[in-house]
Write a protein that binds this ligand. Structure first.
Ligand SMILES: Cc1ncc(COP(=O)(O)O)c(C=O)c1O
Length: 446
């Protein structure tokens, strides 16, 4: 029996839950990324680094809701603060001080954020940041990185998953590939694509569209295609080129923000962008996002300026209280150090196993976020990561699941995420299971 069959045998409760859900919810899931064949596990409980499915199977979780659960599942300090706030009200539709305090805490971590506005999600944060950049520059063009995901808004849902065929275009001038039906051509005609870690490709597009580009949006450390850190000098070059061509620089830190360092990528790499988008960690496990940056840009937002930003749920007391508790009480300087140490231990442990087994895989990481990619060399671009052996990845995925580990988000391009709740024991147990799984795969497939 293979790992896939093991998985099905262990999960009859999830199968039943999926059948029921599929009759009423497309795919039976809330977001396409939650689906995998033949059905995902359905969850009934979670605590710390662990999560339990309908059948009572326990998993060490490294998906952690796609890096959002930085404090660990059901963190007691955050749960307590949510319960306290819920008794006083969940939505006021009027401002309250938890949002101001959280904004101040984010400014303390991100000096580049003079002012910010809250959203519910990362997709809204990036969508509004791009709108603001267009409003500020009176230009329509947007440059993004091939393979980067910034949420599913029309303007940015371009070249997020790129074919390995010639349709992708040459590396120095990738094609803009629209990723969904229902997006009008006009919405993406000003979205242009470059390679990550490739200043020539960026300068080519900046020159070609000189005077038309409002902003370049990128994750300073890419988290699609595993985790792809910036090459030395890349971000400095990006900053210089965006200044030279008079283009606003947006760091999308939805996933890495307050995660790879207290002040995210801006702090870690010492670069000051014009705008920054955040979500995930800043919500302490509740749906919260933000976009912010230079004061004169943020003062273009309604009611101060002409760029509209609305939302019934914006800056509500529930999510801002959870976020404030997370940043102030859970994510202490000491916690970042611990998460970094665990990240180092996990990545080096994985590398050791891979080298011992002579397995065609590589590991890249930035602190507690990392990727195991089934390509022999560490990738520097999404194209290189996309060369991964997807069959090996599938075996790894079902193998780890059937032995009680959710090893990463549910796709070869996802990353693993170590939270404040993970322990040395979790890491050691996971490394033992990984060795088991990779050894079996090697015997069977290589
Ligand atoms: C870098 C980045 N930007 C934006 C988003 C979209 O965020 P959300 O799923 O909260 O809309 C994501 C989601 O994973 C992301 O990783």
């Amino acid at each position: 029996m293979g790992f896939y069959e093991d998985y099905i045998k262990r999960t009859p409760g999830s199968q039943k839950a999926a059948e029921r859900a599929q009759a009423i919810i497309p795919g039976g899931v809330g977001s396409a990324i939650q689906f995998w064949a033949p059905y995902p596990i359905y969850i009934k409980d979670s605590k710390g680094s662990r999560i339990w499915d309908m059948d009572g199977n326990e998993y060490i979780d490294y998906c952690m809701c796609y890096a959002a659960m930085v404090a660990g599942h059901a963190n007691p300090v955050i749960a307590e603060s949510i319960a306290r706030q819920a008794k006083k009200g969940t939505l006021y539709g009027l401002p309250s001080s938890s949002a101001t305090e959280l904004a101040e805490e984010i400014h303390r971590r991100y000096p580049a954020i003079d002012m910010l506005r809250f959203t519910q999600s990362g997709v809204e944060a990036t969508m509004y940041a791009v709108r603001l950049a267009r409003a500020a520059t009176h230009k329509d063009g947007v440059i993004k990185v091939e393979g980067a995901y910034h949420g599913a808004s029309d303007v940015l849902l371009v070249s997020t998953a790129v074919p390995t065929t010639t349709a992708a275009g040459p590396a120095w001038m990738p094609s803009s590939i629209v990723e969904s039906a229902g997006i009008p051509a006009g919405a993406t005609e000003n979205t242009f694509v470059v390679q990550f870690n490739d200043l020539e490709s960026l300068e080519y597009q900046l020159k070609k569209h000189e005077g038309e580009i409002a902003c370049f949006i990128l994750e300073p450390c890419m988290t699609n295609g595993g985790v792809i850190p910036p090459d030395p000098g890349y971000l400095k070059g990006v900053r210089e080129l965006t200044i030279k061509y008079n283009v606003l620089l947006i760091f999308d830190e939805v996933k890495i923000g307050a995660r790879i360092a207290p002040g995210g990528g801006a702090e870690k790499y010492g670069i000051t962008p014009d705008l920054i988008t955040l979500a995930k960690a800043i919500g302490g496990g509740t749906p919260l996002g933000a976009f912010g940056g230079r004061r004169e840009l943020m003062e273009l937002i309604t009611p101060l300026g002409p760029a509209v930003h609305f939302g019934t749920y914006n800056a509500n007391p529930l999510t801002t209280t959870a976020g404030l508790t997370c940043l102030k009480e859970v994510l202490t300087t000491e916690k970042y150090k611990e998460m970094d140490e665990l990240g180092e231990k996990y990545a080096s442990g994985l590398e050791e196993i891979i080298s011992r087994l002579n397995f065609p895989a590589s590991v890249t990481h930035e602190g507690p976020l990392g990727g195991i990619q089934f390509v022999p060399e560490k990738p520097h671009t999404y194209r290189e990561a996309n060369q991964c052996n997807k069959d090996l990845w599938k075996e790894y995925w079902y193998g780890m699941l059937s032995k009680g580990v959710i090893p990463m988000g549910s796709g070869w391009f996802e990353e693993y995420s170590i939270s404040a709740a993970h322990t040395v024991n979790d890491i050691e147990e996971t490394l033992n299971i990984t060795e088991d799984v990779l050894s079996s795969i090697k015997k069977k497939l290589l």
